[in-house]
Design a protein around this ligand. Structure first.
Ligand SMILES: Nc1ncnc2c1ncn2[C@@H]1O[C@H](COP(=O)(O)OP(=O)(O)OP(=O)(O)O)[C@@H](O)[C@H]1O
Length: 584
């Protein structure tokens, strides 16, 4: 039942480490729980002493002594209860400290986007269960048999009543779990889908308004929400029904034990003190079961979330490896039989691509829409791994440089610029300030990159220059301006490989001239450049051209030769020199 909750797959090591780090807290919390539960016997024992020793003899000194002991025991109970709660909260914090950074790293490493956005929510479910009532109810549960045993010690009939009561409550708890679990799981899935749909609509609100999809969009979201809420309500109704029955039964049992104990006292089987003691013991015996029923949704949710975290870590096991530090590369790029099949797709997007690119060379990638140009750019940029085959930088597989180490040598300008919320400088410097890099160094390098991209003057004309704060997706800049800032980001710290995906798609003449100069500057210092382009202009700078069709290389060779082959009727290649090319 709990087998699938143990992280065993490669890649899940951080989860194992985090659990190990929290183990001392959990063990001590369990020990304190045991002591707390023992001390819960204090009122029972106190009552027995008062009724059986103090009342018959009228011994005030005995009353004072047992009262003092009871106060001490109850104070210790309160202290230990407080300590165990603190320990669990600290365990939750430790989980947070150890896992959140890695978790976010793994989300970045995920290829499929959707599950990643829920990951922190999943983690919080686990943390809440660990640091709250969920785990406490598990710690208290084993005490039910002990309290029942104490009832048997008072009198077998009282023990039997408590045992039967506990069994009935347990059966109700199991039925509750069985009835509400599928509904809770479904409710979770439905509400996640509803949240995702709402986020997507909110992100596209302009399009929704402009296309008159307002009413349809709202109706769709309301429907999705109703489905999710209906399941939640059903689960709550089911849980509430059982909680009500369980509460009624517990109160009945308490009264029944009082009545039975009174009967046994009248008949002289037990002392008068046992009457209330029996009722208190029964309450303690069934309380963990009741607690468990209350905490069940939290535990079910935490279990599902923990499994989701295990899957996430197992699916992204490639990261967090320790690799040998290789020397800085020169920019020799090689693809060997690269095949890419994106997650969820049945056919590969790239098939058996082999190519090489030397430092200082520009390779232009052309081909019809959907032929795989962007996919090739993403693989060469290291954004996605090949499904098979290898991508090499100076002979070393991309995998040989772990995490961000590879990215330091690569400048990537994606088809959609993808700027982030933050200042223009933050965006160009790839948010280095968050890593504690010297601010002056960041300023110097960001300005150098902007100059290399020919965008320095344009940035200076922005309301706050490099400190202009951009919104989500670079809001605050035009599409062309975003593309130029993203080019500066790609050139930040002079990477030896440049991957530019339709870098001139939104540029005016000035922007295209700046782009050409930037590419020339990069090749002059020895960078290799792979550039996807539709428009002929910028391709004039390419040394070689590669034409893709349906994910395979159709033609590859020196630019003019390829152009001649593509346009055999023409005497001269059709690629026109890009603006600014003659000034080089
Ligand atoms: N996330 C994805 N999952 C599955 N298939 C995808 C995904 N993204 C793209 N594809 C498919 O991969 C193929 C290649 O897409 P790609 O974006 O590489 O083409 P492209 O040549 O860059 O096209 P364009 O010139 O229109 O940008 C297309 O058939 C597309 O449908």
């Amino acid at each position: 039942m709990f087998n699938d909750l143990i992280p065993r797959k490669p890649g899940t090591e951080p989860l194992v480490e985090a659990v190990k780090a929290c183990r001392p807290h959990l063990v001590w919390a369990a020990v304190f729980s045991a002591l707390v539960n023992l001390l819960y016997l204090t009122p029972t024992i106190y009552m027995l002493q008062v009724y059986d020793r103090v009342v018959p003899t009228g011994g005030l000194q005995t009353l004072l002594l047992v009262s003092a002991i009871a106060v001490f025991a109850l104070a210790t109970l309160a202290l230990l209860d407080w300590l165990r709660t603190r320990l669990l909260v600290r365990a939750g914090l430790r989980l947070d400290r150890l896992l959140v950074g890695r978790l976010l790293g793994r989300v970045v490493d995920l290829q499929a986007q959707s599950p990643g956005s829920q990951v922190l929510r999943e983690f919080d479910h686990v943390r809440t269960a660990v640091s709250g009532q969920g785990v406490l109810s598990l710690f208290d549960a084993p005490w039910t048999p002990i309290y029942i045993g104490c009832c048997f010690l008072l009198h077998p009939a009282l023990g039997a009543l408590t045992l039967v009561g506990a069994i009935i409550l347990l059966i109700l708890a199991v039925l509750n779990e069985r009835d509400s679990r599928p509904r809770l799981n479904q409710a979770m899935k439905d509400s996640q889908a509803a949240y995702a749909a709402q986020e997507s609509m909110a992100g596209q609100s302009e399009v929704v308004r402009a296309l008159g999809m307002r009413q349809a969009g709202i109706a769709l979201q309301v429907q999705q929400r109703q489905v999710a809420t209906a399941q939640q309500v059903e689960a709550q109704f089911t849980g509430g029904r059982y909680t009500g029955i369980i509460k009624f039964l517990r109160l009945m049992l308490q009264s029944a034990s009082l009545g039975l104990a009174a009967l046994l006292t009248v008949r002289g089987h037990i002392s008068a003190g046992s009457i209330i003691a029996a009722s208190v013991l029964l309450t303690r015996a069934v309380q963990p079961i009741e607690q468990m029923v209350g905490a069940w949704p939290t535990l079910v949710q935490a279990k599902a979330s923990w499994k989701a975290l295990i899957e996430l870590f197992a699916a992204t096991g490639r990261v967090d490896r320790v690799t040998t530090t290789l020397p800085a590369p020169e920019g020799r790029l090689g693809l060997e039989q690269v095949t890419v099949r994106l997650p969820g797709s049945e056919v590969p997007q790239l098939r058996g691509i082999t190519l090489s690119l030397e430092p200082g060379q520009v390779l232009g990638v052309i081909g019809p829409s959907g032929s795989g140009k962007t996919t090739l750019a993403r693989v060469v940029a290291g954004a996605i791994p090949p499904t098979s085959g290898s991508v090499r930088l100076d002979g070393a597989d991309y995998d040989a440089r772990a995490g961000d180490t590879l990215a330091e040598h690569i400048g990537y300008l994606p088809q959609v610029p993808g700027l982030f919320s933050g200042s223009v400088k933050d965006n160009i410097s790839r948010f280095r300030s968050a890593l504690g890099t010297d601010p002056e160094q960041i300023d110097r390098e960001a300005i150098a990159a902007a100059k290399a991209a020919g965008v320095h003057e344009m940035i200076l004309r922005l309301p706050h220059g490099y400190d202009t704060v951009l919104g989500h997706n670079g809001a605050g800049l035009s599409v062309g301006q975003s593309q130029r800032v993203a080019l500066a980001r790609a050139l930040y710290r002079d990477p030896v490989v440049l991957v530019l995906d339709e870098p001139n798609a939104n540029l005016d003449q000035e922007g295209e001239a700046a782009l050409t100069q930037a590419i020339k500057g990069a090749t002059a210092r020895g960078a290799s450049v792979l550039m996807v382009a539709h428009r002929a202009g910028v391709l004039g700078i390419a040394d070689r051209l590669l034409m893709l069709r349906e994910g395979t290389v159709q033609i590859e060779g020196p630019r003019d030769e390829v152009m001649m082959r593509l346009n055999p009727g023409r005497a001269k290649p059709t690629v026109v020199p890009p603006p600014g090319a003659q000034s080089a």
